[in-house]
Design a protein around this ligand. Structure first.
Ligand code: SF4
Ligand code: ZN
Length: 310
């Protein structure tokens, strides 16, 4: 009988223990403990270099219960739970997506209970009178654009109820690189330099993205190492999203050419730097209907509200 070749488990480049991941850009292999330390260090460095958190902040952590938001809360909790000058509150939006959201909500609730973090939940029926499922009947093709606008409104409402000064979301490097590419594909380059909250004169809660330089697969490995990995279902409407196609295309390019996603982010920075100090958008006014800051007559939410509910 032919003998199977013995596959050698790669060793951690730091300590020599069996590795759980290979970081393709650096070529390093890392064991669970050194992967966790590496990610915690990079998240802390992003928070410091982007000046995302200041003493006295109350950070609303957007927690859907999915992978990225779970990792975000774990990481922010490990960085800030011992600080008296920073408060963490998890905020969750229940859109009302049958067969999907219930499971992630359960996972969110378990996590906040285990960490002892305050939790504010808002739901589409409470805020808008109906679930996303009923809103989308006959409009499934536009699912993510409609959901995106309603979710944003709901998240901000939850963050305001929590008394937050920052709103942290779990967008990772893959999400951010996909957004750069999608803005280019849609011909909306200027959207790259619209940094929500940065120039609002304190009129809305600034968004922060502490995981913006962490790969999706590093987050998955981190959760496995932390023992919090669970295989949750995918949103049933995700099949309609342009992002899905961009995601798989970009993942293939990244595999063949490691560092592509980081280079897209570097280009975003260059565009931001080129436009620094210049008015990247029309002056910020107020929405005619709700008074929220916006650069048009009606904010996106009020436009959508009129289309959906008259
Ligand atoms: Fe909403 Fe689309 Fe995300 Fe589903 S995939 S939760 S519809 S944005
Ligand atoms: Zn409005």
């Amino acid at each position: 009988m032919k003998k199977e070749p013995v596959r050698k488990v790669p060793c951690c480049s730091v300590c020599g223990e069996p590795a759980v991941i290979r970081q393709r850009e650096s070529g390093r292999h890392l064991c669970g403990a050194h992967l966790a330390a590496d990610i915690e260090g990079r998240v802390a460095a992003t928070i410091a270099s982007e000046r995302q958190v200041a003493p006295g902040d109350c950070i609303a952590v957007a927690l859907s219960g999915g992978k990225d938001s779970t990792a975000l809360l774990l990481l922010l909790h490990s960085l800030f739970s011992s600080r008296d000058d920073i408060r963490l509150v998890a905020v969750t939006v229940d859109e009302g997506i049958h067969g999907y959201r219930d499971e992630t909500l359960r996972s969110a609730e378990e996590l906040v209970k285990r960490l002892g973090v305050e939790h504010v939940t808002v739901s589409f029926p409470d805020l808008f009178g109906e679930t996303l499922d009923t809103v989308l009947q006959g409009r499934e093709e536009q699912a993510c654009s409609i959901c995106g606008i309603l979710r944003k409104k709901a998240l901000v409402t939850a963050a305001e109820r929590a008394g937050a000064t920052k709103l942290a979301t779990g967008h990772n490097l893959d999400d951010e690189a996909q957004s750069v590419l999608m803005n280019l594909l849609r011909g909306d380059l200027m959207r790259l330099v619209r940094n929500s909250g940065a120039d609002s004169g304190g009129r809305f809660i600034p968004r922060i993205k502490p995981l913006m330089y962490i790969h999706e697969k590093e987050i998955a490995a981190y959760l496995m190492v932390q023992g919090t990995w669970s295989d949750l279902p995918e949103c049933p409407y995700a099949v309609h999203a342009l992002r899905r196609e961009v995601r798989s295309m970009l993942a293939q390019i990244e595999y063949a050419h490691p560092g592509t996603m980081l280079r897209l982010m570097e280009n975003k920075k260059k565009v931001e730097t080129a436009f620094a100090g210049k008015p990247a958008r029309e002056p910020l006014g107020s929405c005619r209907q709700c008074g929220d800051p916006c650069s048009r007559d009606l904010c996106q939410f009020c436009q959508l509200k009129t289309t959906l509910w008259g």
